[in-house]
Design a protein around this ligand. Structure first.
Ligand SMILES: N[C@@H](CCC(=O)N[C@@H](CS)C(=O)NCC(=O)O)C(=O)O
Length: 221
C-alpha cells in the first residue's frame, strides 16, 4: 500500500489531497514538525528530513508536485492528468510546477522570517517583499480564471492541487485577504471539493490518533 509521510498543512498536503481525489487506499504517517528534529528514524526514510516522503512499492519520492504528477499519470481514468497529446499538456505541466517552484518558494521566506526565526532574527522587510512577490505571481492567474473554473484543460487536474496548496498556505499566512476576486472565488471552489475536505479530515484524524498536534504550526513549511 502507498505510504505517505506528512506534517500538518505542509507541502505533503498536495499528495494527500490527490490521494483523496483519486480515492486510493494509503497509509498516512504524521510527524511533528520538523521531522528531522522529532524523529531521527525518519532520516532513514528521507535523508533530507523533509515531507512529503512517498513510498509506493519500489518507488520513493520526496517532491510534492512530482508525486502529484506521478499519481495523476498512474490513474488517467480519473482525468486529473493531462495526456501528452491533449492541447492543454504544456499548460498543465507548467502550472503543476508553478505551484511549487514559483508560488511556494516566496512563501517559505515569509514563513521563515515572519514566524519561524526567533523574534530578534525576524525581518519584516523580507516578509513584506516576499508577500508582495507571491501576490504578484498569483495575479498572473486572474485572466486565466476569468474564463474557466479550473486552471487548464477545462477540468480539475493535479495542477489545481499544486496551486491550491499554495493558496492553503497563503491562507495560513493571512495573505488570502489580499487575493484578487478571481483567485478568491477559485480558492472557495477548491475548498468546497470533497477531496479537499476529506484530506483535511484525514490529517486531523491521523494527527489525533498518532499523538501529533492537529494545529497548523506556522513553522511547518
Ligand atoms: N520542494 C519540496 C520541498 C519539501 C519541503 O521543504 N518540505 C518542508 C515542509 S513544507 C519540510 O519538510 N521542511 C522540514 C525541514 O526543512 O527540515 C516539495 O515540494 O515537496
Amino acid at each position: 500500500m502507498i505510504r505517505l509521510h506528512h506534517c500538518v498543512s505542509a507541502r505533503s498536503f498536495r499528495p494527500l489531497w490527490l490521494l483523496e481525489e483519486l480515492e486510493l487506499p494509503y497509509e498516512l504517517i504524521l510527524h511533528a514538525f520538523p521531522p528531522r528534529m522529532h524523529d531521527e528514524a525518519f532520516l532513514a526514510v528521507n535523508p533530507l528530513g523533509t515531507v512529503p516522503a512517498f513510498i509506493d512499492g519500489e518507488t520513493r519520492m520526496t517532491e510534492s508536485a512530482a508525486i502529484c504528477q506521478y499519481l495523476a499519470a498512474r490513474h488517467p481514468e480519473a482525468g486529473l492528468d493531462v495526456a501528452i497529446d491533449e492541447p492543454g499538456y504544456g499548460d498543465y505541466l507548467n502550472l503543476l510546477h508553478f505551484g511549487e517552484a514559483t508560488l511556494t518558494f516566496p512563501q517559505t521566506l515569509v514563513l521563515r522570517y515572519g514566524h519561524f526565526e526567533p523574534p530578534e532574527r525576524r525581518l519584516p522587510q523580507v516578509v513584506e517583499d516576499y508577500s508582495r512577490w507571491f501576490l504578484s505571481r498569483l495575479r498572473t492567474l486572474e485572466p486565466r480564471l476569468a474564463s474557466g473554473h479550473w486552471l487548464c484543460a477545462e477540468r480539475f487536474t493535479a495542477a489545481d492541487v499544486s496551486v491550491g496548496y499554495a493558496l492553503l498556505l497563503a491562507s495560513h499566512l493571512g495573505l488570502d485577504e489580499r487575493f484578487k476576486s478571481n483567485v478568491r472565488d477559485y480558492w472557495a471552489r477548491l475548498q468546497a471539493r470533497e477531496g479537499f475536505q476529506r484530506a483535511l479530515q484525514a490529517q486531523h484524524a491521523a494527527a489525533l490518533t498518532q499523538g501529533v498536534s492537529p494545529t497548523v504550526s506556522m513553522a511547518s513549511c
